[in-house]
Design a protein around this ligand. Structure first.
Ligand code: PLP
Ligand code: COI
Length: 360
């Protein structure tokens, strides 16, 4: 356990009837629970003032460093309500460790893993009534850290704030498991060697928004980024990792090359696939290989995965010059069965054989 003790200031809670109306159809990222967590860090005194506060605006000076140089990192994770009413979080320690990987790259302070998990636990305890119980619903948690020192010189801040907010969530994509179309970004890259591609920092997402708009204009729901040096080697989607499936059941996914996020869903699916005896190749994958594999029938499925997306089948990859189309073959059987297995574990219908769930 952590040495910091959390204090709680009770919020004026949203009336139960209004909360229930939201939980009936929350969408994704639209509503926030009654409380939030805030912990302050200073270079001099370390982590202090661990608080559960009413959800609301935070005081910020216009010179706060996050506003100018984007020194910010975040996480995305979910808590689920099981059939017996209990609430579990999925691999929260993995999110804590990844936040610390991001912190090192962004010159922000690392937070003890148990303090991170305790912060999540405190927020869920305060707002347990907000964890929905409908099919495919969960409480999406957004831990994040911002530099919060007031000065304009360009250097790592000596003051930061870690926060956790929570939002009841339904499926990220409106169609649920309906296959999505992906836009191949050609003009814009997301990451390059030595950059921040492997960190979960706000700047990566800011850079993805213009190509994401381009995707939407072309009828696509996500952008696929390739390596900026080759324009062919697949990195990942704007907010998800990518898998291809071969006709023999082998899973293919880009290796962790420093440019992509080490997805926790990705890591979990690799484990579940190996448990089934499926081969998994983590290596450089190219759009050319994808195209050729669909054309000759050796690549039969593609899917996106992430906390928000869960597992979402990909029906089509589009670019101005060509498209790769799975047509009626999407969603494929391996995509669907891995999705069923992962969500079965998360919602408690299947045995949690790897000990991924933490009761909150
Ligand atoms: N890649 C990016 C860029 C993401 O934003 C996410 C979502 O968090 C992922 C991959 C998937 O990561 P995870 O499975 O840990 O949610
Ligand atoms: C997540 O899956 O948690 C993300 O951060 C990605 C975004 C699409 C919400």
């Amino acid at each position: 356990m952590t040495e910091l003790t959390f204090t709680r200031t009770e919020a004026q809670r949203l009336p139960a009837a209004e909360r229930e109306a939201i939980l009936a159809d929350p969408g994704f990222g639209n509503y926030f629970t009654d409380h939030m967590v805030s912990i302050v860090w200073t270079k001099q005194d370390g982590w202090q003032h661990a608080e559960v506060l009413p959800y609301g605006p935070i005081p910020m000076d216009p010179a706060s460093s996050v506003l100018h140089y984007g020194q910010e990192i975040f996480e995305g994770m979910k808590a689920y309500r099981r059939a017996d009413g209990s609430i579990v979080a999925f691999r929260p320690d993995e999110n804590a460790k990844r936040l610390n990987d991001s912190a090192r790259r962004l010159a922000l302070p690392e937070i003890p893993v148990d303090l991170f998990v305790e912060a999540v636990r405190e927020l869920i305890a305060a707002d347990a009534a907000w964890v929905p119980s409908g099919a495919d619903q969960s409480l999406y948690l957004r831990p994040f850290m911002i530099a919060d020192e007031n000065f304009l010189g360009v250097r790592a801040a000596e003051r930061a704030r870690f926060m956790v907010i929570a939002s009841p969530a339904g499926p990220y994509f409106k169609g649920g498991v309906k296959p999505v179309s992906i836009w191949l970004s050609q003009e814009y890259a997301r990451a390059g060697r030595g950059g921040t591609g492997a960190a979960k920092c706000g700047g990566n997402y800011a850079a993805s928004l213009l190509p994401q708009n381009e995707a939407a204009e072309n009828g696509c729901q996500q952008v696929l980024f390739t390596d900026s040096a080759t324009d062919d080697t697949i990195d990942e989607l704007g907010g998800m990792n990518l898998f291809l499936v071969r006709a023999d059941g082998t899973l293919l996914t880009p290796e962790l090359n420093g440019n992509i996020l080490a997805g926790i869903t990705r890591k979990s699916l690799i484990q579940l696939a190996k448990d089934r005896g499926l081969a998994v190749e983590e290596r450089a994958l190219t759009v050319s290989e994808w195209r050729a594999g669909v054309a000759d029938g050796s690549i039969t499925e593609a899917f996106a995965c992430g906390t928000a997306a869960v597992i979402t089948p990909i029906g089509q990859l589009k670019s101005p010059d060509f498209s790769i189309d799975f047509g009626e073959a999407a969603p494929g059987p391996i995509t669907l069965s891995l999705r069923e297995e992962l969500t079965g574990i998360q919602f408690g219908a299947l045995d949690d054989k790897h000990g991924w769930l933490e009761v909150m």
